[in-house]
Design a protein around this ligand. Structure first.
Ligand SMILES: NCCC[C@H](NC(=O)CCC(=O)O)C(=O)O
Length: 445
């Protein structure tokens, strides 16, 4: 039986914009009110996804969400026709309108946490959409995320879909961005690392002083229970609160793992040595590579700016590992030098491939934020909705679809344009036909 780790990238939605919505995410705040290009953003993402498929990797796409989110605007009291709802929100509550227009579902690392069948008791792949309660614009994603995941992984024999965790800060959950799996081979049982920012039920435990810790230990533990993971194969690690205060709002901004490699910054975790020993112990004596990047080589600011750790580490068909990095890593001297050195260090990582995903980077989302990993065997992969899997044909179709429906430029004021509702719905309706998703959006119900 063959095994894969598929990446499901989030297709950038037609309203991609820079609204400065994510306090604690330095890029989002720094680029607030900049003019975006939804068309360029979607094409950058598609190009990266297609390049990974061309490298021989299993690659899928996840549909974006309906924005502006008229359903939420109506829920909070704006009434009338769609255009009236939008106009009233733009005048009376522009900040709420901006929250209802974000294309943030593109960062599918935050769509859900996924545990492959080799790790779970019932032998199914488990999915729990992230509730994303820390940010208003993201907290409106989970229900539709659940619909899209169910339409993509649409076979109950292999895929178990859970509801998102209760919508309270005690259960703040940001999905796979705070979850890494280490294993020998993708098809073998692995250990799942859950990295959290704070303990909700223990006020004396360490937490950041300035920026929010979006993930709680309680949420991570709930996911491990739901996904039927063993204690022997789960490790809970606290993220260093000091680095959260320096802009590391998710663990995937400071660490990433693949198979038997954990690539992380010296300052990433609390109790690092103890936790590495626990990982080693639970890994049952198999060879592990802890690739630690010292502050002396790459400081936290450089890591946050370049997104050195928001890279994807992938295993190529020839067994070598490659790093999929944003071009921002090439442009940062210290980081570029580090990556050039890394491929010579004798770790399994032998190649670096750079991609321009700047439209996403300007909102704090790198290559790793743009993808949700799903480790699968060939039977499970064959059970995935085939119209979501990247092929030459899907790539061409989606590029034409973007050309037809997406704007070249979008300014914050444009979010009040009722025409954007029509454009966005027309595009998404056509997309659900291309990807054969059925009715996953509110406007289709
Ligand atoms: N995993 C990367 C997530 C990036 C995302 N940025 C945003 O939502 C920015 C949106 C804006 O500011 O317009 C976030 O912070 O959750």
């Amino acid at each position: 039986m063959k095994h894969y780790e598929a990446n499901f990238d989030g297709l950038v939605g037609p309203t991609h914009n820079y609204a400065g919505l994510s306090y604690g995410n330095v890029a989002s705040l720094n680029n607030a009110a900049a003019i975006s290009s939804p068309k360029a953003a979607a094409k950058q993402g598609l190009k990266k996804a297609k390049a990974l498929a061309d490298l021989g990797l299993a690659q899928g796409m996840l549909a974006p969400q309906e924005r502006p989110d008229l359903h939420t605007l109506r829920r909070i009291g704006f009434s009338g026709t769609d255009a009236e709802v939008l106009n009233k929100a733009a005048k009376q509550a522009p900040a709420l309108l901006r929250a209802c227009c974000s294309a943030s579902s593109m960062w599918t690392a935050n769509a859900a946490t996924v545990s492959p069948s080799a790790d779970t008791h019932d032998g199914k792949i488990h999915f729990t959409p992230a509730n994303l309660v820390d940010k208003l614009h993201r907290s409106i994603e989970p229900e539709t995320t659940g619909n899209i995941l169910a339409a993509t992984f649409n076979n109950s024999r292999y895929f178990h879909h859970h509801q998102h965790l209760p919508e309270h800060v005690s259960f703040g959950d940001e999905g796979a961005a705070n979850h890494t799996r280490l294993c020998n081979e993708y098809g073998h049982a692995g250990i799942e690392l859950f990295v959290y920012g704070q303990e909700a039920t223990n006020p004396s435990a360490p937490k950041p002083k300035k920026y929010p810790a979006r993930q709680t230990l309680e949420a991570s533990q709930a996911i491990a229970r739901l996904h039927q993971l063993d204690d022997e194969s789960s490790v809970f690690i606290q993220q260093n609160p000091d680095v959260i205060d320096q802009g590391v709002f998710h663990n995937d901004v400071i660490a990433v793992g693949n198979q038997n490699v954990l690539f992380y910054h010296e300052q990433a975790f609390v109790d690092t040595q103890k936790k590495l020993a626990e990982i080693q112990d639970k890994f049952n004596g198999h060879e592990l590579h802890f690739v630690e990047v010292p502050t002396a080589k790459v400081g936290i600011q450089d890591a946050v700016k370049s997104y050195l750790f928001n890279t994807q580490i992938v295993t190529l068909p020839n067994g070598e590992m490659a790093i999929i990095a944003p071009t921002n890593c090439q442009e940062n001297e210290a980081v570029h030098a580090y990556l050039n050195e890394l491929v010579t260090l004798g770790t399994p990582i032998k190649q670096v491939h750079y991609f321009d995903v700047k439209q996403s980077m300007q909102n704090g989302g790198g290559p790793a934020c743009l993808r949700l990993r799903v480790a699968m065997n060939e039977t499970e992969l064959a059970a995935v909705n085939p119209n979501t899997l990247m092929t030459d044909e899907l790539f061409n179709r989606l590029n034409l679809w973007v050309d037809k429906h997406y704007r070249d430029q979008l300014a914050i004021e444009d979010l009040a344009d009722p025409q954007l509702i029509v454009e966005s719905r027309t595009a998404l309706d056509e997309l659900t036909q291309i990807m054969k998703l059925g009715s996953v959006y509110q406007f289709q119900k």
